[in-house]
Design a protein around this ligand. Structure first.
Ligand SMILES: [Zn+2]
Length: 461
């Protein structure tokens, strides 16, 4: 028994060392090009931008003619009556489109049996997670157990609402303070709650459109005097309490993956808080800028997640006007969804079905073994994200997006079924095409893309 263990240990170490030597052998290529795929191996929050491969709405929405998605998500709910009063005109306007009222409410604490909740769920809303206690920042005072507890209790509470399946989280104060942290993703989001629940989406990082993006017409991204329309909402050099806000990405209005298991649905800058901080309550310029952002999102085929509150910072009439604008200017090109619908469509149409980025949390305990084995990267370097699925539980396959015909070309690759995980992706060859390192307990294998075939080291050398 101990002998076989020792032998296995030797074998494993042998393969680790041989993989390591391969890695070192490739180092010259890597350092020359930089490894553009390193974020796949890291808990990296802000790695996307203008030059990153896009994940456009037609890749995941699964509905012909839809170019952009809008997710209206209101924060801080404790009193359903207040939210019903604020949201009702918005819900009525949405229902005129197709009978549904897709809005996500990011809740702190509600009674799961409150009758208003069932009424909303029937109309198409979803109730999502914003922590029970709303600490700002969540990780304050270095008290990780307390931070996890207020998150966990909210996930489990909202999971007890009959018919509600929360999938999304928004970090308290993410639009005003730098409250988002890698430790949240590795040690809170990525673990289970006491009731065995987990979420799928974070929506706490803010995308700012700037004139760096040549695809955006100047009149949409700039003011009439040439200044930036959206950057003005990010305070800098003000010496105020909200200065030096860095919880942002730029010119990337697309979902992306954090820490292998979390979909990030970036929010639009400005939120209504960011508007009132700059220009006071209910300012008409907020609606003008939200309309411009929507027009840009359609051009970019992106997703626009709107952050707002029933606090007077925006008017509900401004939200109704924004929906009017979406319908009158863009018609069926714009689809309104809640976060649960967005996640279901992403899993079905982008990943191609299966368990989603994160597999069943009871069978595969976190923090690392809940990775379902999907890797999102631009395999053929055409500017669009593709999907590699290489875990032993699913058939190893590569889905390449075909932007011309707007569908997927799926191929399988041989040999991967013997391995339990994709350990590493990298650009390690001079031709710039990706390579992947597969590993099981006793074996490791590099596969390199050559043309449209994956070849192992032995085939390539
Ligand atoms: Zn909040």
């Amino acid at each position: 028994m101990s002998g076989s263990c020792t032998a296995r240990r030797r074998l494993t170490w042998c393969h680790v060392l041989s993989s390591l030597s391969l890695l070192l052998a490739h180092t010259a290529c890597v350092s020359a090009q930089g490894n553009q795929l390193a974020h796949l191996d890291r808990n990296s929050l802000y790695h996307v931008g203008l030059n990153s491969p896009k994940l456009v709405t037609p890749q995941w929405v699964g509905e012909k003619g839809v170019e952009a998605v809008v997710i209206l998500a209101i924060d801080d709910m404790r009193d359903p009556g207040l939210y019903e009063a604020f949201l009702r005109p918005v819900l009525q306007r949405l229902k005129k489109i197709d009978g549904r009222a897709p809005v996500s409410i990011m809740a702190n604490s509600v009674r799961p049996d409150h009758p208003q909740l069932q009424s909303w769920l029937g109309e198409g809303l979803s109730i999502e997670v914003h922590t029970i206690d709303h600490p700002c920042p969540l990780l304050t005072a270095g008290d990780l157990p307390r931070a996890k507890s207020t998150y966990d209790r909210c996930v489990d509470l909202l999971g007890r609402i009959p018919g509600n399946r929360p999938v999304a989280f928004r970090m308290p104060c993410c639009d005003s303070l730098n409250t988002v942290s890698p430790r949240f993703f590795s040690e809170i989001f990525n673990r289970n709650t006491p009731a065995g629940n987990h979420l799928k989406i974070d929506t706490s990082i803010f995308n700012v459109f700037t004139s760096d993006d040549p695809d955006i017409p100047r009149e949409l991204v700039q003011e009439s005097d040439g200044s930036e329309r959206f950057l003005k909402y990010i305070p800098h050099n003000t010496d105020g309490p909200y200065d030096n806000f860095v919880n942002t990405i730029r010119n990337y209005p697309y979902p992306y993956v954090i820490n292998r298991t979390c979909w990030e649905f970036p929010c639009l800058a400005p939120s209504d808080w960011e508007s009132q901080n700059l220009q006071g309550n209910g300012n008409p310029r907020l609606l003008t800028d939200w309309k411009a952002a929507l027009d840009i999102t359609v051009i970019k085929q992106g997703v626009m997640c709107l952050v707002f509150h029933p606090a007077g910072w925006c008017q509900n009439s401004q939200l109704v006007e924004l929906i009017n604008h979406a319908v009158s200017k863009h018609g069926t090109k714009v689809k309104f969804l809640n976060f649960r619908e967005a996640h279901d469509r992403m899993t079905q149409h982008f990943l191609g079905g299966g368990p989603g980025l994160r597999r069943d949390s009871k069978a595969f305990p976190p923090p690392s073994k809940n990775d379902a084995g999907y890797r999102i990267l631009d395999i053929n370097r055409d500017g669009y994200q593709d999907v590699v699925s290489g875990a032993s539980t699913t058939k190893a396959s590569v889905r390449i997006w075909q932007p011309g015909s707007r569908n997927w070309k799926t191929t399988t690759f041989r040999g991967a079924e013997r391995f339990s995980e994709i350990v590493h992706f990298g650009i390690v060859r001079p031709n710039g095409q990706p390579s992947m390192l597969l590993r099981s307990q006793q074996q490791a294998l590099w596969l390199h893309l050559e043309g449209d075939r994956w070849r192992s080291d032995s085939e390539s050398l």
